[in-house]
Design a protein around this ligand. Structure first.
Ligand SMILES: [Zn+2]
Length: 732
């Protein structure tokens, strides 16, 4: 489970007010020299901003007129400015915005390159609840100054925003004693007196935001090499801090080697006062619970550190699609899995999410992705993009792939980059034309469906000839694909693995082997982004939560209390899940519909046995006192159990059974199960639902694996399966 979100400039994405050109590398960014005083008790901020206008924004012959916007609650002291500043009537005033804005114009005479703006006011946008549907949603505030803490970003409009995305800054902050503050870049100065905490942060490289986060922090630090590691916690915890400091060093060393020098003077873990998982340039802002989840250290944490390269080192031009989440997921989350030998499972989960949550209506090209706000946007913006980079690596090989990424990082550091810039870099560095590749994966929605047919082997004078047909059955033009194939030879312990290029709807394979081929697998390690066949995916909760129009069947033969608890669960899912859930009682149905995804609730549900029957192959059985599962017996009176199975007559549909005999456990299941989407079966203990058993069914009937028909011996039987070679991880 990763709880990470990039904090994106909502202005740009939602409103598109600023239509600026992207700053060129050679150009100086606009520079803010800020003196800030924060008064958390009264939500007040006082600012003096000396704004240095870069040459390319100034007219050399006439006065320069520039417009900027600022939070409407901040009043500008015009008489304190050394330039002519006037407030404009704002044509966008009634437009939906996260914060109210005022627009201003400033006129600078020829030769003047900076001006001073003094302003102050109160900012307090209360933290709002997250959306219920998406388990990964967080509470949100565009900005606030409060006793619990301070969060200011470009979304707050707390500093003047010009029609230029990129800025650099020098930030001098005064806070009450006992407080501390963090921004991007380098901590230049710090000082504490009995009443005041004074800190100075600076970042000279172009940034797409200026953050100011403050709170009553306990700070820890450790420096080896050029990068300082900091941890800011809201309560002292030295052991926890040390884990983060060590992890910071470890991951920065790894990415230095893989991609290039880490771009900032520090990396800080900062604890927020509400639950977030934001990655900012040179720090990450994680909520109090998130910080203390043990798995964060090797899931979200490397991901956030890597965002300093992708997203916060090379910036994203959100108007042209966000490539940074997929690349970060690939080189952090996927790489961590790959190092543990779990790359195949990771990619299968990614493809499964796409299969379970993205139908035609929800699909869109990754060039339109900005940030995730639902399982389907995650499956595309993170999953499909990640797989695109994986396929580029498959095509180029590890060495060349990382070379291209290094070149991309070097060339676009501290600038905004787009998918087109990636294409240009891949073409130039690898000396190949990836235009078709980018066209089909970046600018088109959808995915190929692969089907394997007619695999046969015929003896030749020497050895055997294998023939088979691979079909692309999706609608629309066929994709150009490099498809990995494994062929298992009767006399070899390791399967032969190769890649074939296909670009037609029907592709005939003909290959010669020295000994008898007995099995062929198409894409056995999930290296191609494609729509999985339902038989390649174990049944799992995600199919229940992702279904358009699932049926939910309540048990009748239960106590009033249990009935009430199941009913409440159904109502909760109706409110919080995407599909439109139809709810009935088991006594209202004669038989179980065969062509729908169905939730069957309760040990006592009259249809529960039908689900057991379809899991007989997995050794699942109901007993008088409970359930037999994976060789263990789970007692009905102590355990809550969840099982999933394919609908026997329609493997695209899923049966899901949820059963508990305590109403408190049922209530807890309602909230908890959406977090266990990828599992085929789950067992929980007690009313607090401690998870004691979970897993995915193994796949036995993949249609992309075929035993090969032997034309010389139709009775030939072999159960030989060779081994597949594991892929070396991209970094150690
Ligand atoms: Zn991310």
């Amino acid at each position: 489970m990763a709880y990470t979100f990039r904090f994106i400039p909502y202005f740009l994405v939602l409103i598109g007010v600023f239509c600026s050109a992207v700053a060129l590398a050679s150009e100086q960014p606009l520079h803010h020299q800020l003196k800030v005083k924060l008064l958390p008790a009264t939500s007040e901020i006082q600012v003096e901003d000396r704004i240095h206008i870069p040459e390319h924004m100034l007219s050399q012959t006439t006065a320069t007129r520039l417009e900027f916007s600022l939070h409407a609650a901040l009043s500008v002291a015009v008489n304190k400015s050394d330039a002519n500043v006037t407030q404009l009537t704002d044509p966008m005033a009634n437009h939906a915005r996260l914060v109210p804005l005022k627009r201003y114009a400033v006129t600078l005479p020829v030769g003047q390159t900076s001006f001073l703006l003094t302003y102050n006011g109160q900012i307090h946008h209360a933290v709002r609840d997250p959306s219920l549907e998406y388990a990964r949603s967080f509470s949100y505030s565009p900005g606030l100054i409060a006793e619990e803490g301070v969060f200011l970003a470009s979304s707050t409009a707390w500093y003047p925003r010009f029609a230029e995305d990129m800025v650099s800054f020098h930030l001098d902050v005064r806070l009450p004693a006992g407080w501390d503050g963090v921004s991007q870049g380098k901590l230049l100065q710090e000082q504490s007196t009995a009443t005041i905490r004074h800190i100075v942060w600076e970042e000279k490289h172009p940034q797409d935001d200026i953050y100011l986060v403050a709170g009553r922090y306990q700070r820890y630090q450790q420096t080896t090499g050029p990068v300082a590691a900091y941890v800011y916690l809201r309560s002292a915890d030295e052991a926890l801090a040390q884990q983060y400091l060590d992890a910071t060093e470890r991951y920065i060393a790894m990415y230095n080697q893989l991609i290039g020098p880490y771009p900032y003077a520090k990396f800080a873990l900062v604890e927020n006062f509400w639950e977030t998982g934001y990655g900012m340039p040179s720090f990450t802002l994680l909520g109090p619970r998130v910080v203390r989840f043990p798995f964060i250290l090797h899931t979200s944490y490397p991901h956030e550190i890597l965002h300093n390269y992708w997203g916060n080192g090379v910036f994203v031009d959100y108007r042209k699609g966000n490539w940074s989440e997929g690349l970060t997921a690939y080189l952090a989350d996927h790489l961590v899995s790959e190092r543990e030998g779990k790359g195949v499972e990771y990619r299968r989960d990614v493809l499964q999410k796409y299969r379970d949550f993205v139908d035609k209506e929800k699909d869109f090209p990754i060039s339109q992705f900005t940030s995730r706000h639902s399982p389907s946007t995650e499956a595309i913006g993170y999953g499909k993009t990640m797989m695109m980079f994986h396929m580029l690596r498959q095509t180029l090989g590890d060495e060349e792939f990382t070379q291209v990424l290094r070149a991309f990082y070097q060339q676009y550091q501290f600038q905004q980059a787009t998918f087109d810039d990636l294409l240009i870099t891949f073409n130039a560095q690898a000396d190949q034309d990836f235009s078709t590749f980018f066209q089909q994966w970046v600018y088109q929605s959808g995915a190929p469906n692969l089907v394997l047919e007619s695999a046969q082997a015929t003896p030749k004078e020497q050895g055997y000839q294998l023939t088979a047909v691979i079909k692309q059955t999706q609608s629309g033009a066929p994709y150009l694909l490099n498809v990995p194939i494994a062929v298992h030879l009767a006399e070899e312990s390791a399967a032969r693995q190769m890649q074939i290029k296909i670009d037609q709807a029907i592709h005939q394979i003909t290959m010669d082997f020295p000994t008898r081929p007995v099995q062929i697998d198409i894409d056995p390690q999930f290296d191609v982004f494609r729509r999985l066949d339902s038989r390649e995916i174990p049944s799992a909760l995600s199919q229940g939560f992702g279904a358009e129009n699932p049926l939910l069947i309540l048990p009748t033969d239960v106590s009033e209390e249990l009935m009430q608890a199941y009913q409440t669960l159904a109502t909760y899912w109706q409110k919080t899940q995407t599909g439109s859930l139809e709810v009935v009682r088991d006594d209202q149905l004669q038989s179980l519909p065969a062509n729908r995804t169905i939730w069957i609730l309760g040990w006592q549900n009259k249809f529960s046995q039908q689900l057991m029957n379809s899991l007989a192959e997995q050794g699942v059985a109901k007993t008088a006192e409970g359930l037999q599962l994976n060789g263990e017996h789970w007692q009905q009176n102590k355990h809550a159990v969840v099982l999933t199975a394919r609908q026997p007559a329609d493997p695209d549909q899923t049966l899901l059974w949820v059963a508990a005999d305590q109403s408190a456990a049922i209530t807890a299941l309602a909230r908890k199960l959406p977090h266990y989407r990828k599992y085929s079966y789950l067992v929980f203990e007690g009313n607090e639902l401690n998870n004691v058993h979970k897993g995915q069914w193994s796949i036995t009937h993949s249609p992309l694996t075929q035993r090969i028909t032997q034309t010389d011996d139709t009775d030939f039987i072999s159960d030989h399966v060779g081994t597949l070679s594991p892929r070396r991880a991209l970094a150690k």
